[in-house]
Design a protein around this ligand. Sequence first.
Ligand code: ZN
Length: 274
Amino acid sequence: MPELPEVETITAALRPHLTGRRFTRIETHIASVRYPLAPLNDAALLGYEIISVRRRARYIIIELDNRRTFIIHLGMSGSLRVVPAPSERRKHEHVVWHLDDGMTLRFDCPRRFGFVKTAVLAAAGAKPAELNGLGLEPLSPEFNADWLYRVSRGRRGPIKSLIMNNALVVGVGNIYAAEALFKSRINPFRAAMNLTRKQCAALVAAVREILTDSIRIGGTTIATYKSLDGSEGKFVQYLQIYGKDGQNCPVCGTSIQRKRLAGRNTCYCPKCQK
Ligand SMILES: [Zn+2]
C-alpha cells in the first residue's frame, strides 16, 4: 500500500507536470472505483489553471484556481503516471485527465480501493472539509515530544497503536512504526502512558528521521507500488526490523520476535526494546 513517503514522492513528481496547466477533458472508463466517478463530469473542472498539487496524509490534492479540487487516494495498489495523450491506455487506467500541453494524467487502480473525489474549497489553499478529522502531519512542527507526551498520558493501549492512529498523527504505517520504535528502543507493546518524556522525544525524532529518509529515497515498495517514473522505492533495503523475525537484531544479535498487535505483525527486539 502506498504509504506517506510514497505519496509524498508521487506528489512531488506530479507537481511540475501539472502546476500552471489546465485540464481540457476528463475520461472515466468505469462507473466507480471506491466511490462513483460521475462527479468528474463537471464542466467546472475544465479550463481552470492548476494552482497547487499537495499532499495531506495519504491524499493527493490537486487544486484549480476556481477552488475546485481533486482528492486522490491510491488505495492498496493504485498508481498515477503522466504520459503523452496517444499512449495506449492500460487496462486499469480508469481515469484519464487531458492536459493543455498534450500530456495526460492517468489513475491506475486495479483493485478499485482507491478513489478520485472532487471538492469545492472554502478558500484558495484551504483544507478540504472531506479531510477533517485527520491528525497531525508527522513532519510538521506540531508533531513534537511535548505533544506526544501530552497525548500519551492516560492511554493504556500500546504505543505502536497510538502512533498508528490517524486521528492523532497521520501516515505512520506499520513499517514506519516498527522501524521508529526499534530506532528509539521502545517496545511496541508498552503502554503509551508509561513512556518518559525522553522516550517521547526519541520516538518523535525516529519517526521524523525514518519518514524523511524514506521520502529522500522514494518510498518503501513492498508489493506493487511504483513511483511516477516506474522506479521502485529503495527504502525496503534499509529496513532494520520490519519483516525480520527470526533474524538477528542488527544491534545486539538477539533473535527478532514477531507478535500480533491489532491484527498486524509486529517485529521487535526483546532485548533492545524496553
Ligand atoms: Zn537487539
